[in-house]
Write a protein that binds this ligand. Structure first.
Ligand SMILES: NC(=O)c1ccc[n+]([C@@H]2O[C@H](COP(=O)([O-])OP(=O)(O)OC[C@H]3O[C@@H](n4cnc5c(N)ncnc54)[C@H](OP(=O)(O)O)[C@@H]3O)[C@@H](O)[C@H]2O)c1
Length: 310
């Protein structure tokens, strides 16, 4: 089976390709291949000319604080009455709205036109964190611009007439990649005995990237449609996660200090409080989503097998 991906050079996409290449052949729409998803015509041509039956849409602007900085400019462009002028601005500016909403609309419209199934990767940040536990049926209410743009992407996908899956992901980590994730940043800082301030009043559902790849495979094999929470099975604060990482990698915990969200994220994009997402829907397909402790064990195994030290 053929899959046409967007953003397959990223943290998640590159691992999906590594783990699933024996089952699927991948085509790629990406900046690295000279294709920008804000280039409507190019996206339409690529999707139309591809013989893949599925489009896996991962490309996004993912920096939460970077997206927040785009908010003012996005609101200004959104006020333009002239759609053509708006589209020109999205192509030129590459803001959060340009990539995450307009870019997603281009991918969705091209999938509708070419009758391809779409898998859209979204985020736990579509929720405001005020609820104890979120299921797929809960209504999103994003509180920062990254979450808002990803949610707008979800809405475009949901309204489309092509078969779709929305896979919501949270705090992905893996054994190795050129860009560091929160686990590898913490390993490095703990090794250097750097003073760490870790938030105590935020709860997250960290997700081992390999499990995301297997979950996507499960969704494709089962011919699923709809929304799925593709997240890890453990809810934890960043402070407790740092302590767990230290223990797991035999590093000292005494450089880890406690801090609140309000202090840590001062002058940055607001973060939701309690992002615990239920994942029983994806696990009912026979896909195992590991908790942080189990995920860290596998990270350790892979890092020692491939002698990864960075
Ligand atoms: N990382 C997280 O914490 C997280 C959490 C929840 C959900 N997600 C979602 O999961 C998906 C994948 O995330 P990730 O962590 O793999 O992100 P990533 O490492 O930032 O990868 C995103 C990829 O998209 C590409 N891209 C950005 N703008 C583009 C454009 N205009 N046209 C074409 N390609 C473009 C990037 O290319 P460049 O590298 O050249 O910019 C990169 O290869 C995203 O949809 C994200 O919203 C991520």
């Amino acid at each position: 089976m053929k899959i046409l991906g967007t953003g397959l050079f990223g943290l998640i996409g590159s691992r999906v390709r590594e783990l699933l290449s024996d089952k699927y052949s991948f085509g790629d729409i990406s900046i690295q291949n000279g294709i920008d998803i804000t280039d409507k015509k190019r996206v339409f041509d690529e999707i139309k000319n591809s013989d893949a039956s599925i489009v896996l849409h991962l490309a996004a602007k993912t920096s939460v604080d970077g997206c927040e900085k785009d908010k003012k400019k996005d609101i200004k462009i959104l006020r333009y009455k002239d759609i053509k002028r708006q589209e020109e601005e999205w192509f030129k500016e590459k803001t959060a709205w340009a990539v995450n909403v307009y870019g997603t609309k281009n991918v969705v419209d091209a999938c509708i036109q070419s009758r391809k199934k779409l898998i859209y990767t979204s985020t736990d940040f579509v929720f405001d964190g005020s609820k104890n536990l979120y299921s797929e049926e809960d209504k999103p209410n994003p509180i920062n611009w990254y979450g808002r743009t990803k949610y707008e992407g979800e809405e475009i996908v949901k309204k489309s007439s092509t078969p779709w899956i929305i896979a919501r992901i949270a705090y992905p980590y893996r054994a190795n990649f050129i860009r560091q994730d929160f686990v590898r940043i913490l390993i490095e800082k703990l090794r250097k005995k750097e003073h760490l301030q870790m938030v105590t009043d935020h709860v997250m559902s960290p997700t081992f990237v390999d499990d995301i790849a297997y979950a996507l495979d499960g969704l494709i094999k089962n011919n699923s449609t709809g929304i799925f929470h593709v997240v890890g099975s453990e809810f934890i604060t960043p402070y407790d996660a740092a302590c767990k990482i230290a223990k797991s990698f035999g590093l000292e915990e005494n450089s880890i200090a406690k801090i609140t969200r309000a202090e840590y994220f001062r002058n940055r994009a607001p973060r939701p409080f309690h992002l615990a997402l239920k994942n029983d829907k994806i696990q009912s397909l026979g896909v195992k989503m590991r908790g942080l402790e189990e995920g860290l064990e596998e990270v350790k195994i892979q890092r020692s097998k491939f002698k990864i030290t960075s």
